[in-house]
Design a protein around this ligand. Sequence first.
Ligand code: SF4
Length: 258
Amino acid sequence: MSTGMRGVIYGPVASWRLGCSLGVDPVSRAEKTCSFDCVYCQLGRTRHHTAERREFVPLARLVGEFEELPALHLDYVTFSGMAEPALASNLGEAIDEVKRRIQAPVAVLTNSSLMWKPEVRAALSRADKVVAKLDAPTEELLRAINRPVQGITLQEILSGIRALRDEYRGCLALQMMLFKDNQDQAEALAQLAREIEPDEVEVNTPLRPCAVKPLPPEALAEMMTAFRGLNALSVYQAERPAVRPLDMEETLQRRPVL
Ligand code: SF4
């Protein structure tokens, strides 16, 4: 699958949330492109800090890579990568193209920052599962943890997630990364989740190498009591499948530790 250009497809990777997951990077730039610059990001600092949506990968290129793909047993095809997938203005069409070619359900991992836009919700609604990041219950913490592009507010993020919840018939998961900066906010985050009514809550801590230390299993287990009554699972409770990527280089660029 080596084309000389950065590939759009990577993996499969073992995901604690999505099992054997084939990655699709609809931005596919060599440098991280995101509307956030999270302090715990495993991909390092954001090089292109932007909330501007545009076409990065022509659909023909994505389709070409899927047509070369060998038969695989997959639990999910997941839009993620070195970028925020909702920055790709052709995300909805890209999801449709994948669904035409692959039986496995499609998930999108998003930082939720662009969900206030109706066209982004329309694109996300074409996926079977949307995993929406929510780490901060206050504007101040959003700025400290996720370091969004200027102009993105928590209020906007929450209004976008709530609007998606109202419109979307697929599975909506909230993903929360907990570590020392927000470990005293579990109750506040759980309260937001109760108001949003997601199908699942995924409680994570930064286990992959990054600038932030993970919380130990006992601390996260204690914090899980805040999520009582919700369909919540922590990273320490989940099992990962054994998975072998098709192209190790493409995969390690997006997932430095498998
Ligand atoms: S939203 Fe994801 S890709 Fe963007 S900085 Fe945060 S962790 Fe990294």
